[in-house]
Design a protein around this ligand. Sequence first.
Ligand SMILES: Nc1ncnc2c1ncn2[C@@H]1O[C@H](COP(=O)(O)OP(=O)(O)OP(=O)(O)O)[C@@H](O)[C@H]1O
Ligand SMILES: [Mg+2]
Length: 415
Amino acid sequence: MRILLFTGKGGVGKTTTASATALRLADRGVKTLLLSTDAAHSLGDALAVPLTDAPTEVAPSLWAAQLDTQGRFEAAWRDVQSFLVDMLARGGVDVVTAEELTVLPGVDEVLALLAVRELARTGDWDALVVDCAPTAETLRLLALPEALNWYLERVFPAQRTIARSVRPLAALLGRGDTIPPDGVFDALLRLSDDLAGVRELLGDPEVTSVRLVLTPESVVVAEARRTFTALALYGYAVDVVVANRVFPAGDDPWRRQWATAQQAQLADVRESFAGLPVLELPYRPAEPVGAVALREVADGLYGALPGADPAPASPARDLLRVEPEGDGFVLRMSLPLAGRADVDAVRAGDDLVVTVAGHRRVLSLPSVLRRCVVSGGSYDGAQLQVRFRPDPELWPAEGPARRRPSPRPRPATEP
Ligand SMILES: Nc1ncnc2c1ncn2[C@@H]1O[C@H](COP(=O)(O)OP(=O)(O)OP(=O)(O)O)[C@@H](O)[C@H]1O
Ligand SMILES: [Mg+2]
């Protein structure tokens, strides 16, 4: 099973390249599902076929769907939402406004993720190609399972225990309806499990990789570089960069000037994403809409059929690891392309909070590091290193020397 996520700044060609890649996989006989999680769906326009929430066969071995997160929300969240609406209504908020208020921000993204996992788990497809929303939303989407699960795991079990013990008393006082019924907690705990599953699926570099689409323009490249860093922070592997809308060389001064500027940007791209393949696509004389044009785009990306495998498993890259060093341990996290001043790591109890230019990840430290104190840290432009020294009060007399650390710290969502 392979999952390819296409992301990039607005309008750079995500839908076009995702569709072309899915077509190429199908043309090579791989059963493929092409999905869009972007609420502003344009997959149907690119393929020139009408699409719905249910996968439709659009070509041999190729199915496509545009996720209807609103419909999915209504189906999955009725319990939780009706409780919240009741609560607000009793507090004097009219029902229509209450319904509006309970459509939580980010819910669309959560449901899109859950749907991707659900479809992956049917086993009906060998490849899932996901046309994501522009970068900012995609990052929010990919950071969600871990962040949300962190809350759900810590906050809700406690709340549930409290609810159980106060419910009889509240009932006696005639206030039982203000405590969430067990159904609400069950829904939240189920959500927590499902999100852990999403994280496991999308965080496994042998299953999932991200394809960054850009155009060779300074503003777009700058955003792609920041996205590359943020994806590494959250533990997602990028395996290909697509440089789209490259101007073919020509004689008129206008075109020459554009071509020169783009070549400089392309050189920067090859350097920034060193080690990753950068696939170039020319600016075509017309919009690549429909299967014929998209197959030409696929030829441009992967060569004429059978061409290069559009979805080779990405080489395992260690984004995060813990190793013994001297008397203690060092945690190494790959964080390419960030500015030194933008990177920060703070120990907070049993967690390590890593921040990069506004993006934050909370890592649950493995037990070996929980019994250590942070003794230093550094960032060299590519890798963050945090050093840990055993806390003498927490180690038995023989010290940590004979113990091996677990190979990597547990992300907050792992059991
Ligand atoms: N190489 C190309 N040559 C010419 N036109 C292109 C090329 N790539 C994409 N286009 C056209 O550019 C427009 C934007 O492409 P596309 O919809 O794939 O971008 P997107 O990144 O998915 O946009 P959005 O962020 O709005 O979802 C479309 O009209 C598409 O047909
Ligand atoms: Mg699009």
